[in-house]
Design a protein around this ligand. Sequence first.
Ligand SMILES: Cc1ncc(COP(=O)(O)O)c(C=O)c1O
Length: 388
Amino acid sequence: MTPEQALEDLTRKGLLRELHALPDNRGRLVIDGETWLNFSSNDYLDLGHHPALIAASVHAVEELGCTAAGSRLVSGHLDLHARFEEQAAALLGTETALLFGSGFLTNLGAVPALAGDKATIFCDRLNHASLIDGIRMSGLKWHRYRHNDTDHLDELLAKHPAADGETRLVISDSVFSMDGDVAPLAEIAAVARRHGALLMIDESHAIGVMGPNGAGLCAELGLKPDAITCGMGKAFGGYGGFVATSKTLAALIVNRARSFIYSTGLPPACVGAGIAALDMFAATKGALGQDAMARAERMHGLLAGAGFEMPPFASPILPVMVGDNHAAQEFQRRLAARRILCSAIRPPTVPPGTARLRLTVTRAHTEADLLAARDAFAEVARELGLLP
Ligand SMILES: Cc1ncc(COP(=O)(O)O)c(C=O)c1O
């Protein structure tokens, strides 16, 4: 297939992805003089434009410049990185934490590093792409268990016992990024423990939003997985990623994770903003996350009240299911005509036949915004025959 044919093929299947530049990405933004509502942002706490984060980021740049100028193991490890890591570990109650360039790079590096070269990995079917790619990078044997099905996980662990000296690693998201549902973490942890397997949880969509002081879902449930990973492009309102773990596992990661070893350290601007976000979680004692959750629950109720079949409320990520790829794209276009920004999510990000609008609620959204979104969603759904 030529590149042109490949693009035509994607278009025919309703799977073509294209970039659309925005002048801004706040919850409410102005495009060509018109106000739009953004329901596609992961900045759940609306910290991305908070003066405290901007000031911390600017201060870090003024003090330290724009780059870490080397990988962490060479010359790119700054006191500022160490400060973030200490504070993140304190929040999550782990011995230490380790910053990476992004959430994707964290998972890409941490999965193979934790597993080592003799291991079997057990992974939820709907885990984030970065976890899957981390597993693929490892080149190890792996088994996918049915989404959130701990009996299936148990069965697979029993069927594939650890060979001599072999590690077994269980991996799950805590909040699933495209469905917004949460994993049965207590059961997963119990199954992993019973089988002597290591446990790694991606808390990218939970830290800052859920748990005591925004420490995430594991903290809320009193669970201590072997490693917790998090991307900072969501509730942190910034960029970067980290793994929170024991000193021993962190030392292994420093020695093994290729996306840590062979990549420039996170720039000061991002680390400064990250520390300010951690300060904000602590100062507000988790209230910002609770507020984001309350607004999301209100939106969930509004959509259900309008006739949408909604899954039980669990997080600020609300999937509005469409099914067909072309219909999901048309839904997005018609929302855009009403000045609502909400992205259609299609395969391979989600399984075939489950294209959807992924609506995210943030602290930037007012009650009036939620009502406007509900009305726009209901109108478009009626036009497309998805609601009576
Ligand atoms: C669950 C999950 N993990 C990891 C990532 C990757 O994080 P980042 O965007 O910081 O690369 C994302 C999303 O982007 C995510 O949703």
